[in-house]
Design a binder for this molecule. Structure first.
Ligand SMILES: [Zn+2]
Length: 303
């Protein structure tokens, strides 16, 4: 269950499907392409797995497990969130100031006093962290790596096409231009959005979020949290171009007639996407709310 919750970020059936369509359109200029049974099977697999994940109730399963644990009395540290909130009168305050933490895996609220060394979740045994460890340091390091890699990702060719007419290296931008000139405006816009606009927007948004958390800004925490959710949601769609390149490089091997190879830009671009996904995971959105809590507490003291 713990592994599943971590793997969820990397499920990209939908992105892969769109990449398949782009690759087929790109291939249709070179050869006749018709869908085989495997394509329909893959479509069915995509819908089946996405809907099975969507209907799988993780918290429901954990709740059933914890009722088994309660019967065996193996869960001493667990706190019933609502009861505890009501009796301490701490409703509306963060867990950090109440010395309790929500488990990142199973969602159980447990006691997490700073005096306890490396506390673990009584239900799923995962390590409890009131805030992600070294969140800002890790986010900054990954963001800087992302910016550095973004340069070769856009300047170096991501595909090298060899045909009877010679060798032609293509960068991301020249790929977009190709579709635009061919009249496939929708595909040109999709690739531009997924490969240039989204990765750059993601890097800039995360930089702003990390900077504002570091400065302990209290401005528009709700809007900044929404921005973080958006960044998490769109992240995987940047993998589109990488899937297209991977498929084309495998499929187009017509010996002397034509072949497509992945260029060094593809590796850099894949690294940008993965590094920014890790940066988004390393960032703790609760840091956006902590300064507000400090202000509330000092307000209460004054009263
Ligand atoms: Zn847990």
């Amino acid at each position: 269950m713990r592994l599943l919750s971590k793997l969820n970020h990397w499920l990209m059936f939908d992105v892969f499907m769109l990449a398949l369509i782009v690759a087929v359109v790109k291939l249709s200029g070179l050869a006749d392409v018709s869908p085989g049974i495997g394509l329909w099977a893959f479509l069915a697999l995509m819908f089946a797995s996405i809907s099975s994940i969507a209907s799988y109730d993780t918290h429901g399963v954990w709740d059933r497990y914890s009722s088994v644990l309660a019967r065996q009395q193996l869960s001493p540290g667990a706190v019933k969130g609502g009861d505890r909130l009501a009796e301490s009168g701490a409703m509306g305050r963060t867990g950090l100031t109440r010395h309790s933490a929500t488990c990142n895996t199973c969602g159980l609220l447990s006691d997490c006093h700073p005096s306890v060394e490396s506390p673990v979740c009584p239900r799923c045994d995962d390590t409890l962290h009131p805030r992600k460890v070294d969140s800002l340091n890790r986010t900054w390091a990954l963001l800087i790596a992302g910016y550095v890699l973004f340069i070769p990702a856009n300047l170096l060719p991501i595909t090298i096409t060899t045909s009877l007419f010679g060798t032609q290296p293509d960068t991301i931008m020249s790929g977009v231009a190709y579709f635009w000139h061919e009249g496939a405006y929708d595909l040109a816009i999709i690739i531009f959005t997924a490969s240039i606009f989204v990765p750059l927007l993601k890097l800039l948004s995360l930089t702003f979020l990390a900077w504002s958390a570091q400065r302990r800004m209290t401005w528009e925490s709700q809007q900044r949290t929404r921005l973080y959710r958006l960044v998490e949601f769109v992240g995987k769609w940047s993998m589109l171009d990488i899937f297209v390149v991977a498929m084309l490089a495998r499929l187009v091997q017509f010996s002397s007639l034509a072949s497509i190879e992945a260029g060094p830009g593809a590796l850099a671009f894949a690294a940008v996407v993965v590094v920014t996904m890790f940066a988004a995971m390393a960032f703790d959105p609760r840091l956006l709310w902590d300064p507000l809590e400090k202000n509330n507490c000092s307000g209460e003291n004054r009263d």
